[in-house]
Design a protein around this ligand. Structure first.
Ligand code: HEM
Length: 479
């Protein structure tokens, strides 16, 4: 964007509604198009894609509040630094007043001020680099056990297997070890996140047993019951490696014992954050590698030399420069959290332009991580670029920036690298020729349908396959 203050392009009336509708259907492609057609700063007035008035008539007052689509580091810097004016939204569904769906959807992204600082402080020690490094041996052991059980010589759904691996890391390394209830809660969280952002709950937010919105409400009640039971079993038993135990057994921001409302409000989104983005990163990195055989061969060479293949020492996966570049590049080109939403708490400004209270702003990590000044040919998967660049967190906002930046980035990065090392030292994955790969944002970037991948024993015979689908709009694959 350079030094000049960006000027917004304002779209109103039917034009705004048309773009808002397109945005609701495919936010990533629509923002790519608005960038091409109007530039990096577009205000859609009268647009209402986040708050359909069907069940919430009081929200009709939001009519006329803009939806702002942005791309570029300056927008990330401005909004993410001012957390008093710009509040984040929950990762989880939300729901009717006094419902479990509403109670479980508080979370750190929506928490502000002293309460936010308090919970961040509780998480700082267990998630810092030294603590994560101390977990690497266990992470490697879990990865080996999990990946060894995969069915060589058969086809798997990559998305599902990535989920199992990342969920296992989160449950066993961050939430108190192997427990049936931990796994059950993790699965309910995944289902809720799918329900929230799925099209039917979005278009028909009516609380009946047969609607998907109604199912979210009921599933949230189930989650709340399990969560309180699980958290109750941790009371009085502090485990410094268990994020839930730390929260349950620490005083709240006012110095009082943590009550059920705070536990139910904070733990679900923390737990979901611990594996959802990692699942997305692992899946897309593997797909990009399968479609870039030269880069796959280079990663495999590095792994073979540094961690071995017969009995790999996966705990060294964190220190491999090319693997590090591959993971960053995959997250740059297909960010696990491609869009961040911020809501104006007051009448305020963006890049000096007035905007009213309630304005929703989309901070677009996918487009910002492709800005040509820092990332030339941004739609090309080219890990080598990372040996020459050192972008700021706002130029590469994959883990966000400012006070609400991701506290789990060390764990997340290590988890993806150890998982890749475990998988690639054992298997050569291959997509079927002609497979269609579409995506959706929910709110992590995920494949729309299952991704069938054949697991060959690793033989180094890497080759890409012709693929189709919307993913080709986001990545320029080699011919
Ligand atoms: C590849 C892995 C990961 C990626 C790409 C990622 C990305 C992000 C992003 C972009 C945000 C900002 C969301 C927003 O403000 O709208 C965020 C927030 C957060 N992440 Fe992560 N994350 C990852 C792994 C983790 C892990 C392993 C944890 C561990 C618990 C974690 C915990 C959190 C929490 C608690 C927040 C909310 C922070 C706050 O609002 O203060 N994340 N993450």
């Amino acid at each position: 964007m350079g030094e000049a203050t960006p000027i917004p392009i304002r779209l109103t009336g039917l034009t705004a509604l048309r773009w808002a509708w397109r945005f609701a259907r495919d936010p990533l492609m629509t923002t790519c198009r608005t960038l091409d057609v109007f530039g990096p700063f577009v205000m859609l007035s009268d647009a209402l894609p986040f708050t359909p008035p069907l069940t919430k008539p009081h929200r009709v007052v939001l009519l006329g509040v803009p939806l702002v689509l942005t791309a570029g580091a300056e927008f990330h810097r401005e909004l993410l630094s001012d957390t008093a004016t710009w509040r984040g939204v929950s990762l989880l569904p939300g729901g009717p007043r006094n419902s479990a769906a509403r109670r479980i959807s508080l979370g750190l992204t929506r928490t502000t001020g002293g309460r936010h600082a308090h919970y961040r402080k509780l998480l700082a020690c267990p998630l810092r680099k030294a603590s994560v490094n101390a977990l690497i041996e266990d992470m490697a052991r879990l990865a080996e056990a999990e990946v060894e059980s995969w069915p060589a010589g058969e086809s798997i759904n990559l998305w599902e297997y990535a989920r199992r691996l990342m969920r296992r890391f989160a449950v066993e390394l961050l939430f108190g070890g192997n427990s049936e209830q931990g796994y059950l809660i993790a699965d309910l969280l995944s289902q809720l996140m799918e329900g929230k952002w799925g099209p039917s709950a979005f278009l028909l937010p009516i609380n009946l047993p047969i609607t998907s919105y109604g199912r979210i409400v009921r599933k949230s009640e189930l989650l709340e019951r399990h969560l309180l039971e699980w958290a109750g079993s941790k009371r009085g038993r502090v485990d410094v490696r268990d994020l839930a135990s730390i929260i349950v057994n620490s005083p709240d921001a006012d110095g009082d014992p943590q009550d059920d409302a705070a536990i139910v409000g904070q733990i679900p989104s923390l737990f979901a954050a611990a594996f959802e983005a990692g699942q997305s990163a692992l899946t897309w990195t593997l797909i990009l590698l399968m479609q870039h055989p030269r880069i796959m061969a280079e990663v495999f060479d590095e792994l073979s030399m540094q961690v071995g293949t017969a009995s790999p020492s996966l705990n060294r996966a964190g220190d491999l420069p090319f693997l590090d570049a591959v993971v960053k590049e995959a997250m740059r080109i297909l960010p696990p959290v491609p869009l961040q939403i911020r809501v104006a708490q007051y009448d305020t400004t963006i890049a000096t332009h007035s905007t009213p209270k309630g304005t929703r702003v989309i901070l677009n990590a996918l487009l910002t991580s492709r800005m040509s000044e820092v990332f030339p040919e941004g739609d090309v998967f080219r890990p080598e670029r990372w040996f020459k660049i050192a972008p700021t967190v706002f130029e590469f906002p994959v883990f966000s920036g400012g006070p609400h930046s991701c506290p789990g980035y060390c764990f997340g990065l290590s988890a993806v690298k150890v998982a890749l090392a475990a998988i690639l030292t054992r298997y050569r994955m291959a997509l079927p020729a002609g497979v269609r790969i579409d995506y959706m944002v929910q709110p992590t970037l995920r494949p729309l349908d299952s991704i069938p991948v054949f697991l060959h024993r690793q033989d180094g015979a890497f080759a890409s396959m012709p693929i189709s689908g919307k993913i080709r709009n986001l990545v320029r694959f080699p011919q």
